[in-house]
Design a protein around this ligand. Structure first.
Ligand code: SF4
Length: 342
């Protein structure tokens, strides 16, 4: 069982202590006997311990930086929402394929922002701009927010905020099962709680440091019982030997364990495995022993933004993957909705 995340080292921006959550976290980590350091900016944490890149990367992923989110301009977040809402950056998980490895570059430490009310105010402005349209906010674009929320309760605050909002909806996805403190949040059905699920094989070989499949399913059942709209992201869909059987087992288990009355409103998002050339380089540096197949010759090149194209599965394999997973979803979750396949 993967234990809830506990940082080994904690940095504070001094200004974070002007906020109640900053004070609360300082007390919490001091009481826990954690090593506390200070940094002028969460963007510039230097001198992390470790003798080489490999060690420093691992230490960074168990380092928490408590700071203030200065940029309150939100990124867009298609296709799952209108905007990304930034409560945290970085993740303690070690998924070999994770795109944060390339987007966060030299700063793989985890940042949490204590000016939560200011972030929510910015969200309110975005909602007003689009009124009377509903505006959806995605809280897991730059981190696995559930993975650190047992320490900060930021997400819980946001769930309750959107629970009171007529114009806003919140959504996020997680690979962690530490959801108990979120079960009594007053969500009013306005937060879609999604779990990232995958065939056992993918979780076992490529997602170290995250909750195992059985734990995620158990957490999804609790979340369903708490009345949240539920969703599953199947990502990355990865073709390993026996993948058809592996994915069938996943849907069978999900369908068997979830209460029938929660199956009608479930959403599925399907994302095939992809990588870019820069990502491949970083993956092989951070996880040199990975079994992840990253052979450009076996993939199809798709042009992307900023001239960085990605390698996805060839047309024929992509169609087979899509047909197979659509069939499983229609068989095991006939009332559900597939939001997209990409
Ligand atoms: Fe990346 Fe998500 Fe894995 Fe964290 S849990 S390392 S964000 S893929």
């Amino acid at each position: 069982m993967v234990k809830p995340f506990m940082p080994q080292l904690v940095y504070f921006e001094p200004k974070a202590l002007d906020y109640p959550l900053g004070q609360e976290l300082l007390k919490k980590f001091t009481d826990l006997g954690k090593e506390i350091r200070y940094t002028t900016s969460h963007n510039q944490v230097r001198n992390l311990p470790g003798e080489n890149d490999f060690q420093r990367y691992r230490i960074a992923k168990s380092t928490l930086v408590v700071g203030i989110r200065k940029t309150l301009k939100f990124d867009t977040s298609k296709p799952s929402a209108e905007y990304a809402i930034p409560f945290a950056t970085g993740c303690m998980g070690h998924c070999h394929y994770c795109y944060l490895q390339t987007t966060m570059g030299s700063k793989p430490y985890i940042r949490t922002y204590v000016n939560v009310e200011e972030i929510l105010e910015a969200a309110e402005n975005y909602m007003e701009e689009r009124a009377p349209e509903i505006t959806r906010f995605e809280a897991s674009c730059t981190s696995d927010i559930v993975g650190i929320d047992h320490l900060t309760h930021t997400l819980k605050r946001a769930i309750e905020y959107f629970g009171q909002s007529d114009l806003g909806r919140l959504r996020f996805v997680t690979k962690f099962s530490h959801v108990d403190h979120l079960l009594d949040a007053k969500h009013n059905g306005r937060t879609r709680f999604r779990f990232s699920m995958n065939a056992d094989y993918v979780i076992k070989y490529f997602e170290p440091g995250t909750s195992r499949l059985a734990e995620r399913i158990e957490a999804a059942v609790k979340v369903a019982h708490a009345g949240y709209p539920l969703g599953f992201i199947i990502a990355p869909i990865y073709l390993f030997e026996g993948w058809k059987e592996g994915y069938r087992e996943l849907f069978e288990r999900l369908s068997r364990d979830l209460p029938d009355d929660t199956k009608q409103d479930i959403t599925f998002e399907l994302i095939q495995h992809r990588f870019t050339k820069p990502a491949k380089k970083v993956i092989l540096k951070n996880y040199p022993m990975t079994k992840l197949e990253l052979d450009e010759e076996k993939r199809r090149y798709k042009w992307g933004r900023y001239g960085i194209g990605k390698y996805i599965y060839p047309k024929e394999e992509e169609s087979e993957m899509k047909e197979t997973l659509f069939e499983y979803i229609h068989t095991y979750f006939p009332g559900s909705k597939i939001e997209y396949f990409t």
